[in-house]
Design a binder for this molecule. Structure first.
Ligand SMILES: C[S@@+](CC[C@H](N)C(=O)[O-])C[C@H]1O[C@@H](n2cnc3c(N)ncnc32)[C@H](O)[C@@H]1O
Length: 248
């Protein structure tokens, strides 16, 4: 990309930078799971993985905290922009790799921590399970996995009745929402691309996925996103996250 093209699309919501491939936004305001990943990564010698890094909000902070980071994303343009933003003195600690979950060529028993924020809701259920099993393989024993995802309780709240009915029927993936844009309370923005489907999560689903892959779940919670603004906010359950550990 030329220097001029090395810019993300212009945003229309404060603190949210649109992706180039219709997978929502990178959030400039990080949540408690991202904060913990960054702090933990800065204190260990092992390389850490930021999967679905977009333009590098977590990667760059982790590098600044002293971490060695492998930054992966589906979209090579996101990675190019990320690379252009990393201060020269930190570049030796960064490895970038184009990657599409679930199957990525990454070393086994290698990473001290893995962060995957707001990517799983773009995957099918089978791909979520396969991705988490692969993360288990890539993680060093004792390593920490941080996953964050969208729930039905934020911008997707029109989906709540379907979600509840799916839950009552015992469906394995109650958050399967297709076509996704039909459930936005205010309709698509008309700007940029949109995901064809979403697979919304909650703390119990994230915990189940991690447990089935072999991790020990330390914490699985809802995450409040007051910065979503009037249109996106609901009741403090707008996102969800899990912290899970690979047994030593
Ligand atoms: C909503 S953004 C999240 C960015 C950042 N992690 C955050 O939490 O703000 C989703 C990012 O995941 C990437 N992505 C989507 N599907 C992916 C997949 N199957 N494998 C790897 N990256 C993916 C997108 O290209 C995009 O950069």
């Amino acid at each position: 990309m030329t220097k001029e093209e090395l810019q993300p699309p212009e945003g229309w919501v404060d603190g949210m930078v649109p992706t180039m491939n219709g997978t929502g936004f990178m959030f400039e305001r990080i949540d408690a799971y991202a904060e913990e990943f960054i702090e933990y990564s800065g204190g260990i010698d092992d390389e850490v993985l930021d999967m679905g890094c977009a333009y590098g909000v977590a990667t760059i902070s982790a590098l600044q905290a002293g971490a060695r980071v492998r930054a992966c994303d589906l979209d090579e343009r996101h990675i190019e922009i990320l690379e252009s933003r990393v201060p020269k003195e930190l570049r030796a600690n960064l490895t970038c790799q184009q990657a599409q979950l679930p199957d990525v060529d990454l070393p086994a028993d290698h990473f001290g921590a893995i962060f995957c924020s707001r990517v799983f809701h773009f995957l099918s259920g089978d791909d979520i399970d396969a991705s988490t099993r692969n993360m288990f393989r890539w993680m060093r024993p004792g390593g920490k996995l941080y996953i964050v995802a969208d729930t039905p309780y934020g911008i997707w709240r029109n989906f709540i009745p379907t979600w509840e009915a799916n839950y009552d029927r015992g469906e394995r993936w109650p958050g399967w929402m297709e076509p996704a844009m039909d459930y936005l309370p205010y309709g698509p923005s008309g700007k940029g691309k949109h995901p064809p489907f979403m697979n919304l999560q909650d703390p119990d689903l994230l915990a189940r996925t991690c447990t089935e892959a072999g991790f020990n779940v330390q914490r699985a919670t809802f995450i409040a996103r007051p910065d979503f603004g009037e249109k996106g906010r609901m009741d403090g359950r707008e996102n969800c996250g899990v912290l899970a550990i690979k047994p030593a």
